[in-house]
Structures are given as structure tokens and as C-alpha cells.
Design a protein around this ligand. Structure first.
Ligand code: APR
Length: 243
């Protein structure tokens, strides 16, 4: 079972949805969360990435996200992101539903992206909801309207997912012939339920099988780095267009 098999599945499918996680961005220099070098190996997410930390540990919360936002300045999409954008243009991918908050899919040119966990690129006031500039958050400013705390538009532990992104993803997953799950441990609810909501074929592209991913009955598992595997598939689909 190789990239060739996946290329064949993509040719056959009339509706392919891609679900990505932090493993899709590690080749751009952004660490994931739960693999051996993941962020949560050294940082407790409850202390820096939850509604409780926003209320009770704002300094640590702000420092953590300032670090992640600043780190993005030196990152750009890698070939895997560019290939998925090319697949969209050629009608081979209809939606990218991502848990990532770095907007690298959009930077690579993907148009139909559902941000299931929001993003850290845009900022709002926690109290009045008014948008603010990234620089204001990076400069420790407070809300210019109500003096409330500023925070990124990321979904924190303890918060619900953005309705529009979730509903659009559910809709597309229900109609999908093929779902590609790329670079995620599938540990986090409710996104980890999505693959089992599809009647289509399921493919898993990940560096490793995880305790959770092992529970899914994937039609195809390709272990390795997302960028390399997508490059192999791209070669197989060199002149193929759906449109
Ligand atoms: N190619 C393929 N797989 C990779 C690569 C790569 N280049 N790099 C890492 N991986 C795999 C890791 O082996 C791991 O199994 O990607 C997976 C990433 O899993 P997590 O770190 O758990 O990230 P993710 O599944 O996206 O986490 C979900 O949890 O912490 C929250 O909100 C955060 O959106 C995040 C959510």
C-alpha cells in the first residue's frame, strides 16, 4: 500500500476532505504537541491554553501565545501545504479542515479552509470581543475600548469550536468519498470524532500510529512525514485534473 494507492483513491473520489493537525506544520518549524518533541512534553496546557489560565494566569497565558505568535514570523508553508493547495485548484480536494492555528494552509493558497481551533494570527478583547492588532497583544496592551484582556482567536481548552467551521466540516465529511487525515494524533475531542462520521474511505498519513489512531479502521495508513508522502502522491497525480 503506497502513495500510488492513495493517488488511485483520489482519482476515484468525487469529494475529498482533508483533516490536518500539528504534524502538518512541523516541517515548517512549528513543534507539535504530543510527539516526543511536542510542546505539551514540557508545558502543561491547562496552565497556558485554557479558559482558566486566561482568567487566573493571564501573564503565563499571554507569554505562551506571544511566543507562539512571534515564532510564526520565521515560518512558511512547506511543500506539503503547497501540494494540498494545488490539489484544491485541480479539484482533487474540496475542503481542508484544520486543527492548526498558524494559517499556513491559507498562506500556501488553499481557499476552502475550516479553522476548527481558530487561529493565533488575529486578536480580540476577551470582554467586549472587539478586534485588535497583533502588535497590541505582543506589546501587552489592554483593550482600547473596555480595558479588557486581549487574547488570540484560538479555541482554548474549555471553549467550544467555532460553529461555522464545525458545521461546514460536518457537512463536507458526511458527503465525502475520501477523508485524508494528516499529521494528527486524533487525541482531541470533538475533532477526533470526525473520521468515524464519514461513510467514505479513510486514509491516515502520520509519522507514527498513536494509541487513539489505532482504534480507527483506516483503509490505508502511510507512516512517514506529510511533506514527503504528499510529494510522492503529487508525482503520481502529475497530469491528473478533476475539473
Ligand atoms: N509528518 C507526519 N506526521 C507528523 C509530522 C510530520 N512531519 N510531525 C509530527 N507528526 C505526527 C506526530 O507523530 C503526532 O502523532 O503528528 C501528530 C501530531 O499530534 P499532536 O501533537 O497531538 O497534534 P494535534 O493532533 O494536532 O493536536 C490536536 O490538541 O493541543 C491541542 O489545540 C491543540 O490543535 C491541537 C489539538
Amino acid at each position: 500500500m503506497t502513495a500510488e494507492t492513495l493517488a488511485h483513491l483520489m482519482k476515484e473520489s468525487n469529494h475529498t476532505v482533508v483533516l490536518t493537525g500539528a504534524g502538518m506544520s512541523t516541517e515548517s518549524g512549528i513543534p507539535d504537541f504530543r510527539s516526543s518533541k511536542g510542546l505539551w512534553q514540557n508545558i502543561d496546557p491547562r496552565i497556558v491554553a485554557s479558559t482558566e489560565s486566561l482568567q487566573k494566569n493571564y501573564e503565563q497565558f499571554r507569554e505562551f501565545y506571544q511566543m507562539r505568535i512571534t515564532a510564526l514570523d520565521n515560518c512558511e508553508p512547506h511543500k506539503g501545504h503547497l501540494i494540498l493547495a494545488d490539489f484544491e485548484k485541480r479539484g482533487l480536494v474540496s475542503l481542508i479542515a484544520t486543527q492548526n492555528v498558524d494559517q499556513l494552509h491559507q498562506q500556501a493558497g488553499s481557499k476552502n479552509v475550516a479553522e476548527l481551533h481558530g487561529n493565533i494570527v488575529s486578536i480580540r478583547c476577551q470582554k467586549c470581543g472587539k478586534p485588535h492588532a497583533k502588535e497590541q497583544f505582543l506589546n501587552n496592551s489592554i483593550c482600547t475600548y473596555c480595558s479588557g484582556k486581549l487574547r488570540p482567536n484560538v479555541v482554548l481548552f474549555g471553549e467550544t469550536l467555532p460553529t461555522e467551521a464545525w458545521d461546514r466540516t460536518l457537512h463536507e465529511i458526511h458527503d465525502a468519498d475520501l477523508v485524508l487525515v494528516i499529521g494528527t494524533s486524533l487525541e482531541v475531542y470533538p475533532v477526533n470524532q470526525l473520521p468515524s462520521m464519514s461513510k467514505g474511505k479513510l486514509v491516515y498519513i502520520n509519522r507514527e500510529q498513536t494509541s487513539t489512531s489505532a482504534h480507527y479502521s483506516f483503509d490505508l495508513v502511510l507512516e512517514g512525514s506529510a511533506g514527503e508522502i504528499l510529494a510522492d502522491v503529487h508525482r503520481e497525480l502529475k497530469d491528473f485534473k478533476k475539473l
